[in-house]
Write a protein that binds this ligand. Structure first.
Ligand code: IMP
Length: 193
């Protein structure tokens, strides 16, 4: 029997990726599919907190079991910034270009360029909450390279690669990315249920 679950996103790329992995076992609904246009507040100061807020919001207001993700880029030399504030590092405009420019400016002349992307997925099923994590270690380049992907991809080089995320094709990125790893853990759990 097909079971339904909401992914608290309208990001088509993320939805496609999840639907491909879920196959026929789970029907993955988007926020749009359930008629949710809410601007869900992301007011927590941790990735876990924000992911749980989003998933609970859907469960409480719309009644569906739901999962939600939150991602941050943590740079060691910046004390873990931009971290949970990655989307609005350069201001509330959520402007990727501005965020990247500010990051490169703050990293000018810095020798320690170690960084990691971390994704947390919160799954709310009935009264239960489960968390799934994915991390990819890497470094911040000194200038942008590549035009694939989104966000900070042109300035993040994973440790297991010679090129930035923005220079990889989507499958190569998903295979090692923070979100790819967290998603694999979530689907592993859901497919065993
Ligand atoms: P979100 O939680 O997926 O919305 O991600 C928060 C912010 O982190 C985004 O606005 C992006 O700037 C950045 N981000 C998330 N995932 C990636 C990625 O895979 N590559 C580059 N930047 C990302």
């Amino acid at each position: 029997m097909e079971r339904k679950i909401v992914f608290a996103t309208n990001n088509r790329h993320k939805l496609q990726e999840l639907r491909r992995i879920a196959g026929d076992s789970w029907k993955i609904l988007s926020l749009e599919d359930i008629g949710c246009n809410d601007d869900i507040p992301e007011t927590a100061d941790t990735l876990e907190g924000n992911a749980v807020i989003k998933a609970r919001w859907v469960k409480e207001k719309y009644g569906y079991d739901c999962f939600a993700d939150d991602t941050g880029l943590m740079v060691d030399a910046l004390g873990g910034a931009p971290g949970v504030y990655s989307a609005r590092y350069a201001g509330d405009g959520h402007d990727s270009q501005a965020n990247m420019s500010l990051l490169l400016k703050n990293m000018e002349g810095v020798a320690n360029r170690a960084a990691r992307f971390r994704t947390v997925i919160a799954l709310v099923q009935g009264n239960e909450v489960h968390l799934f994590e994915g991390v990819v270690e890497g470094s911040i380049t000194t200038s942008p390279a590549g035009c694939g992907g989104f966000g900070y991809d042109p300035v993040f080089k994973p440790a297991e690669s010679d090129v930035t995320f923005a220079e990889m094709d989507a499958d190569a990125k998903n295979a090692i990315s923070h979100r790819g790893r967290a998603t694999a853990r979530l689907m592993d759990y859901l497919l065993k249920k």
